[in-house]
Design a protein. Sequence first.
Length: 173
Amino acid sequence: MIEVEERILWQPPPSGMVKLNWDAAVDAKEKIIGLGIVGRDEKGSFLAALSKQMRTDISPVGAEIYAALHAVQFCIEQCYSKAWFEGDALQVVKEVNSELPCESMHGHLTEAIKEHLQGLNQAILTHTRREANAAAHELAVEARTHVIDTVRWTSIPPCICCIVRREESLSSL
């Protein structure tokens, strides 16, 4: 019997919402993390993106928490009031969605995310598989090699253009 792996695809947000996918990529040897955030509308159309490099010695979970925090801050900067945040770090999603205070090593960052989310009209934070988070992941990987620490994108970054266009066309079917 041949097993067929179900492929999870990026899904657009409900009408009136913006979806911000976030991810982090860690280079433990060089102590560099890259953050990637990609915002799209209900049609899957690109709105904005942010890529950021940070030089720090932090765990992969800590890097993912930073990525989620930057996604929420980016959302607020862009004046999006209804947002769906999606990342592939299940532990981070569980901690942020928990009603209990986070007491992990990065708990203060998790609590900051929760506070920022309360300031939005509507906010959802969910987990997805890497396949459905490909654009944010690729942008995070690319961010590790930036010459400058933060880049705000108003057009699709070249490194994710094919991913965004493919997902945009699939979401319109």
